[in-house]
Design a protein around this ligand. Structure first.
Ligand SMILES: [Fe+2]
Length: 418
């Protein structure tokens, strides 16, 4: 699905996209029980039910209340419950306590969604030409926002399920494809000449403010791998003592290895892990097993390694005699033939801090808080993962997480200087 800049969308076209995106969220929650949907396994992860409500709150607060005359909020108390981080919109329920919201129930959240959906449909029925650009802009932003939460819904429930010794599957295999596709195991370097290159979003299609303005950067000649680092590659790093060799690690990363007891990517299970018996995994497993959305599976060597922190990605690159690409090197390589797994597999950590581009201006109004205020202490990831809704990302898309985060579908691709 392609969400374009609003002026190119007629109300009926946008209505169809709205229905599709809203339905997709409910479809993602459908395999989960009410208990599953309430749990919060760590402060960074939110309950499924909260994602369903918060994305609805966004449309209610940012679109309907300012733009739909006569709109009545479903429940004024939800303003406090489901505001995520918008200081301009007042106080809110503390993020680490979202899992304590046993009420409203899942059914009540579904009713909230239906109420707001009806409000949006009415707005689309009645909006006049003078208000259309504003309505379409905010609605489009809300749809991209909801797609971002669709991915978080999956990564957050996977973390919650990983905390259960039974290691239950989010969904049995056979549903919509969630397996990582693979390419041939041989990795090739693609030489890049570098030079002065234009980076950032261009054109009329939708983009977030953090992808703009398009600007020129200078890249030295470099090479970039034509595929992602896969589980087989990463298993060699582990077998070579990667997690026991401080010389491979950034100082903060080595501290995390020590304090967190990291010995493998998140969700990798050693053959003697006692949970394998409870989870119905292979008895007397002979190698690494990996917990994913489909439950416990034997490690597939050719599948891209995932659930890595930036620190682990950087240590692997050091071990491999290479480095991570900058976000600009990654984006420039997108245009080249012969690059594989650039999107739809795992987000790829880059060596770039999440900073504003020269001349960056946040979105107007409340949405000014959407991206800009997070531009400190985080690293940029590029590409898009198996959990990213189809069509949601683009070459200029900038995801970002703190360097220790490892509950996302995050991996890496190597680069080196020429
Ligand atoms: Fe949000």
């Amino acid at each position: 699905m392609k969400l374009s800049r609003p002026s190119t969308q007629a109300p009926d076209a946008l209505r169809e996209i709205f229905r599709s995106v809203r339905t997709a969220s409910l479809d993602l929650a459908a395999p989960l029980s009410a208990e599953d949907q309430c749990i919060q396994s760590m402060p960074d992860a939110s309950p499924t039910k909260w994602h369903l409500a918060h994305t609805t709150w966004f449309f209610e607060t940012v679109l309907l209340q300012p733009q739909a005359s006569g709109y009545r909020p479903f429940d004024p108390r939800f303003q406090y419950l489901f505001n995520s981080y918008y200081e301009a919109l007042g106080p809110r329920h503390p993020r680490p306590q979202r899992g304590l919201l046993t009420r409203p129930s899942v059914d009540e959240v579904h009713a909230y969604r239906a109420h707001v959906d009806a409000g949006v449909e009415r707005l689309l029925d009645t909006v006049d030409a003078a208000a259309w650009d504003t309505v379409a802009s905010v609605l489009t932003l809300g749809l991209h926002h909801e797609q971002q939460h669709q991915e978080l819904l999956l990564t957050d429930i996977l973390h919650a399920l990983s905390c259960n010794p039974l290691l239950p599957a989010y969904r049995a295999a056979g549903g919509p494809a969630l397996r990582l596709a693979t390419v041939a195991p041989e990795m090739h370097w693609r030489a890049q000449p570098g030079g002065h290159l234009e980076i950032g979003h261009e054109g009329q299609d939708f983009a977030f403010d953090n992808e703009t303005p398009r600007h020129r950067v200078l890249l030295r000649p470099y090479a970039i791998a034509d595929r992602l680092v896969n589980c087989g590659d990463y298993a060699q790093f582990i077998a070579d003592g990667g997690y026991q060799r401080p010389e491979l690690w950034l100082s903060d990363g080595w501290a995390a290895v020590q304090s967190q007891g990291w010995r493998a990517p998140a969700y990798w299970l050693a053959p003697d892990d006692p949970r394998l018996g409870l989870a119905g995994g292979a008895p007397a497993a002979v190698g690494w097993q990996i917990f994913g959305l489909h439950g416990v599976r034997p490690l597939a060597h050719e599948a891209p390694v995932s659930q890595l922190s930036f620190y682990e990605a950087a240590a692997y690159a050091e071990w491999a005699g290479a480095r991570l690409p900058t976000e600009f090197e990654w984006e420039a390589a997108c245009a080249d033939a012969g690059m594989n797994e650039m999107t739809g597999h795992v987000w790829q950590w880059t060596r770039s801090s999440y900073d504003p581009y020269p001349g960056f201006r946040p979105l107007p109004g409340v949405a000014a808080e959407y991206n800009g205020k997070f531009m400190v202490g985080q690293l940029v990831l590029r590409g898009g993962s198996v959990a990213t809704p189809a069509g949601h990302t683009r070459p200029s898309y900038r995801n970002f997480f703190p360097p220790a985060a490892r509950w996302q579908f995050s991996g890496l691709r190597l680069a080196k200087d020429l």
